[in-house]
Structures are given as structure tokens and as C-alpha cells.
Design a binder for this molecule. Sequence first.
Ligand code: HEC
Ligand SMILES: [Cu+2]
Length: 346
Amino acid sequence: METCLKGSDRKSLRAAALGVLLLVALVLTGCEDRAPQDFLNHPIGETAKEADRLWDIVFAIAVVIFVLVEAVLVFAVVKFRRRPGREAAQFHGNTRLEIVLTLIPALLLAGLAVPMVSTLFAAAEEQQGALQIRVVGKQFWWEYEYMDSGVVTANELHIPTGTPIRLVIEGDPNDVIHSYWAPRLFGKQDVVPGRTNFINMEAPKPGTYWGQCTEYCGLSHANMRLRVVAQDPDEFEDWLALQEEPAAEPTSGAAAEGQKLFLENACAGCHAIQGTDAAARVGPDLTHLAGRSTFAGAMFETNEQNLVKWVTDAPGVKPGVKMPSFRGQLTSEEVESIVAYLLTLE
Ligand code: HEC
Ligand SMILES: [Cu+2]
């Protein structure tokens, strides 16, 4: 009898082992404890906790079913395997068995629908005195408008802790479908052009919660991120008061030159800076850009280097973006002046 493996067998064995190792590594990434978007790990918003609880219930039931079905399958495979001189029983259908196997899943699903539907209704309930913020999804960034004060900002949503928040999710009629989701705080809500949806939520403690567009919306869908910054109510009021102020006037020569270039070039045709003539809303409001820790759909940290790259050639660093490249139109000195100005907009 041949006992040693042939060369080709050894090769495929090694390939299989490598495949298993890769799979194990992939599965282990699910154990990462500090994943900022993982609602299964540390949900803190009420609806996120409910979703997590429902997931636990469904997962437990699924595990029991999986184990039972696999046990019966393995038993049948072993017990009724082909053996010489034995033939399988020949029959057609088993009505009683089919009814039982249809009833069990139907009852399970009907049972699960009870907590699911009641969670949906609870999540949809509007709370008295909620702070209303309009959220508009655009390729590939988020616009926020604080409905009482009229403050407009982008990408980083500031909210006070311990306060009911009602997000009025509007789809821009000239844009595509997006979906708004900060997993640790609340469940997903689609952003549908021409329609209004709502998210009710509350952040119990301060922190920065990450989020992401979760409806494929074009080339930079994966770069359409967001942050929810929950602050103590006092801090939030200070932040809001600052947002209501017009933009700071440039103090240095370079920033003054940058402001002039901004207003003379196409920038002012797409962006607003309160206190200047720039009042367009095609792109994000830049009045307090430098007060945001990230820009371009929370993709880049706000600093000089990143802004120079962005203003020079936005499509080069964020594919499919709706801001044109200014390469060849602005000299690098001009870009630097514009960025010097942008960095004064705190
Ligand atoms: C045709 C319209 C258009 C023009 C012209 C334009 N932008 Fe933009 N800009 C956008 C859009 C749209 C975004 C959002 C892109 C994204 O994040 O996907 C943006 C984003 C930005 C951002 C990041 C804002 C944030 O908070 O995320 C800055 C800064 C910026 N533009 C500066 C400029 C400057 C400076 C100029 C002129 C040199 C300019 N833009 C010209 C449309 C434009
Ligand atoms: Cu999107």
C-alpha cells in the first residue's frame, strides 16, 4: 500500500491549510474590541441597544437550529450511508412531516415579529421637546441644519448629551439614495430623494461616535463617513453659539489674499462663508471649517497638508467627488494662501 503523499497532494494540502488559516484570521478580526462602528460590541443609544438585543435573540435561536439540523444531517449521512446489499427505502412525500417542518419556522418567525415590530414602533415614537436637526445626504457628504437656529454645518454632527434628538432625514431631489447610520447610537435610516424620514435618538454620554453611509451611492460611497460628537449641554451651547457667528475676518496677509482668491474663483459659486459674498450651497458651508476635526465626509483630518491636496485636486484624493480639480488653474502659492484663509475659519 502507498503511504507517502504524492507531490501534488502535498501541494493541495498546503493550499488548503493556508486557506483555513486565512479564514480563521478573517473570523478573528470580528473580535476587535475597539472597532468604532461596531454596534454589536458597545451600543449606547437606546435603539442601538434594542437592535443588539434582538440580534442576540435571533442569534441564539439560529445557533440552536443550526446544531439540531447539522446533528440530524450527520446522523443520517452516517446511519444511511451506502453499504453493499442495502437499498434505500423508496417513497414519495410525507404530509405530516412537511406540515411540521412548515409550521415550526412559521411560528418562530411570527414569534420574532412581536419584539421586532414593537421595537420599530418604539424607535419611531417622537419625543416631546426634541432638538430637531435636518440631515441631507449628498454625494459624498452630509449637510446638517439646526432647525431652530438655522445653523448649517457638514459631516460632524454635534449634539447635546441626555437630550432627545430628532433627525429629519431629507433626500436631496437631485441626488441619489444614501443611508444614515452611526451604529453605536441608532439604527440605519435611508435617505431617499424627495422624501423625509426620521431618526429619534439620544446620546447618554459624551463622545465621538463614528458613522458611515450604508447605501451604495457611487464611487466614493465608502468615503462618505460621518461623526456624531456628543457634548455636555453647556459645551454644546457654546459650540452652537460659535456656529451662529459669521466667519472670522482674515488677520494675516496670506489669509487676506486667500479670501480674495476664494471669492474671485469658482469656490464662491459652490460654497458659503457667512459674512462674505460666498453664499452657494452646492458644497459644504465653510464658515467654521477649521472647527471641524475632519472634512470631505470625515475622510481627512483637517490640517494644512490635507487641505492643500484637496484644494489642488479634490477628485485626485476622493474619487468621483463633485468638486473640480484646480490643478493648472491655481498656482501652488495661490492654493497655500487659500488654505491659510480656510484654516482661520474656526
Ligand atoms: C462645482 C462646485 C465646487 C467648486 C467650484 C468648489 N467646491 Fe469645494 N466642495 C464641493 C463639494 C460638492 C464638496 C464636498 C465633497 C465631498 O466631501 O464629497 C466640497 C468640499 C470642499 C471642502 C471640504 C468641506 C468639508 O467640510 O468637508 C473644502 C475645504 C472645499 N470644498 C474648498 C473649496 C475651495 C477652496 C474651492 C475653490 C478653489 C472649491 N472648494 C471649489 C464643491 C465645489
Ligand atoms: Cu452615500
